[in-house]
Design a protein around this ligand. Structure first.
Ligand code: AHR
Length: 317
């Protein structure tokens, strides 16, 4: 925990968090409504939040919404009833949050968005948004493909495994990728469907693509897990992932990086799940009534196969 967080926590414990509706005498109480446990990324994110809460002395009330918006809304309402000091959540989809966010605001409980955004026009409904720039991630994926296919004369047929329909990372990674390849008409997305950010979803959709789409050159998967599912489908169809069909994914979790280092994936754009410590720092400031930036963007990189081999031994997730 940073010195700033320590002092902000101390302030809040002394009662400086007058805007907050309640909380414990010992420190901050945070209600956290997680999306679910759909991917390796999500598991790492949950652990990061739980570990950071413990280290910061934050009393964390945690809910797994099983990728259902109604479960997240229920959890948020229950946190409002419990008068927690701050609510944090990673919205499963972008829209449909205004009513419950307004309820939190009316109860004077600040809300922090982590990982994923909402599309609410009223940005006063939340204190800050901590997470990745998903459009930029999609752009990096597309730019790599443009460079990699520079010498290819004919068509490059891309199939896209989208994340959860309506989720910010699915919408934004699609947008960024499409923008990056737009000036190259030989790069065409010939099929695009959701695999819901899960390995089984990626496998199932890829099996269907392989049956109904001839000449697939590239898979663009919105996360590692769907890419790993696609690898299983490609191998079962007697093709070689990474060679017969190139694969680009987003996340860079250990399983994805292992497949990249083995040549089964060609490129991974990083999406950092380790948001816990920054979240606890922001929560401490928000509860203490301090100013926080409206947007905190996570720093990220991308990996080639060679870079994955180097990075893997020290990979934390
Ligand atoms: O919102 C982040 C995305 O959600 C990750 O890329 C994906 O793996 C997860 O399920």
């Amino acid at each position: 925990m940073t010195a700033l967080a320590v002092s902000a926590l101390a302030l809040s414990a002394c009662g400086a968090s007058s805007d907050s509706a309640g909380g414990s005498e010992d420190g901050i109480t945070m209600g956290f409504a997680q999306v679910g446990a759909e991917s390796g990324w999500r598991t790492a994110n949950t652990k990061s939040v739980q570990d950071a809460a413990e280290a910061a002395g934050v009393d964390l009330k945690f809910t797994d919404a099983q990728q259902k918006q109604e479960n997240q809304i229920k959890a948020i309402r229950s946190y409002i009833q419990q008068k927690v000091d701050v609510i944090a959540f990673s919205p499963v989809v972008e829209s449909g949050w205004d009513t419950v966010l307004k309820e939190a605001k009316d109860a004077n409980i600040p809300v922090i968005l982590t990982d994923r955004a909402v599309d609410s026009a009223d940005t006063t409904l939340y204190a800050t948004f901590l997470g990745s720039d998903f459009v930029e991630e999609g752009k990096k994926a597309g730019e790599w493909l443009v460079e990699d296919s520079a010498a290819v004369d004919g068509p490059v047929n891309i199939v896209e495994l989208q994340g959860t329909t309506g989720a910010a990372p699915a919408l934004d990674r699609k947008e960024g990728f499409e923008k990056a390849i737009a000036a190259n008409p030989n790069l065409q997305i010939v099929q695009s469907q959701t695999g819901d950010f899960t390995r089984s979803g990626g496998k199932q959709v890829m099996e269907a693509f392989l049956k109904n789409t001839p000449d697939i050159d590239v898979v663009y998967a919105h996360n590692d897990d769907m890419g790993l599912g696609a690898i299983e489908a490609i191998e079962a169809a007697g093709k070689v992932p990474g060679k017969d069909i190139k694969i680009i994914t987003v996340d860079a979790v250990k399983d994805g990086m292992t497949a990249l280092s083995e040549g089964k994936i060609n490129y991974i754009v990083e999406c950092n799940p380790l948001l816990g410590e920054q979240l606890m720092d922001l929560a401490a400031k928000v509860v203490a009534g301090e100013e926080v930036p409206e947007r905190v963007v996570t720093e990220e990189t991308a990996f080639t196969q060679e870079q994955a081999k180097e990075a893997l031994p020290n990979r934390k997730y």
